[in-house]
Design a protein around this ligand. Sequence first.
Ligand SMILES: [Zn+2]
Length: 348
Amino acid sequence: MKIARFVIDTHVHAQRHAAGPDFRKRGLSDPRKIKYRDLAGLMRHLVTYDNSKRLLYDMECYGVDMCILHPAFGMSNELNLDLMERYPDKFVALASAKETADKGLKGEIEWTMEAACEELDRLLSTGKFVGIGEGMPARPDTPETKKTYSQQERMDELRLVMEVAQKHQVPVRVHTGSPMGYPITYSRWPENFHPNWIRDIAAEYPDVPIIFDHGGMQGGRWDNLVEECIQVAANHENVYLETGLYWTELYYKALADPNVGSEKLMWGTDWGASIPIQTQLGQQPQSFAAQVHRDGIITYQADIMGWSLKQVSRLNISQDDMNLIMGGNAIRVYKLDFPITRMFKPVD
Ligand SMILES: [Zn+2]
């Protein structure tokens, strides 16, 4: 049985980096010997390819009706637009300032948030994108950067993005958590580790929806970040939690807060991000997402949708609440078309 009336995975990467040939050039052919850190360094220089064949298989297999495509880590807006044109009822996409990031990485320009926002403004003006993401735009981060943001400096950058989102009336996303293999640094996304920083911009731009990518839990054991994300979402009406990498108990934790509840949760798995599920029998949680350094990178399509749907399907809640989490909230917040009225519990 399908889990909900209309199922939207709000966090999907339909593109994949073909890293094999580059690693082979460096004499590395055994994936177990390839470090996540090396892959992360290489990814932003690689051309991505269309991975929709596997995505469409999983969508069909698990009854997922639609995906919100995220460009990230070198993934292009163009490829996502092409997928949207080919499957208009299945895909919508977020915009990312990739051109600015690429030029900054090549040293052609010095990356600035102003340039990233100009690019976002241009992309959103086409009317083809439904939001900004994954995460807030960030300076290309390399080990040579050796620069850590001050809070003031980063918050002023984030305010520029909020202005663009407000102008185009689209939601933004703030990344939280870490897959644990790929390093997430303070130089790239300092707000990633401080969901509480978002309180100021949530209050300053109450008409702009803010969604925490992963709701604090991307991989590993970031229960502390989940707590913080729930507190911020509970306090600010325009803040939402993406929950696809939550295990069952984390959903209950968020649902138990009367200022969060089902109307603030959006299912989204990070499909395509190559994060495998770890199983630890008899422990709590018994399974969770995490890249493990000693295992090396994974080369197959980790089945994150199947795992995540099993976690969420264990919730003993009303189907109307489930329908909000699995699609209704995304339809409302991202202003997506749905052909029939009065199918989802109304939310102010
Ligand atoms: Zn992602």
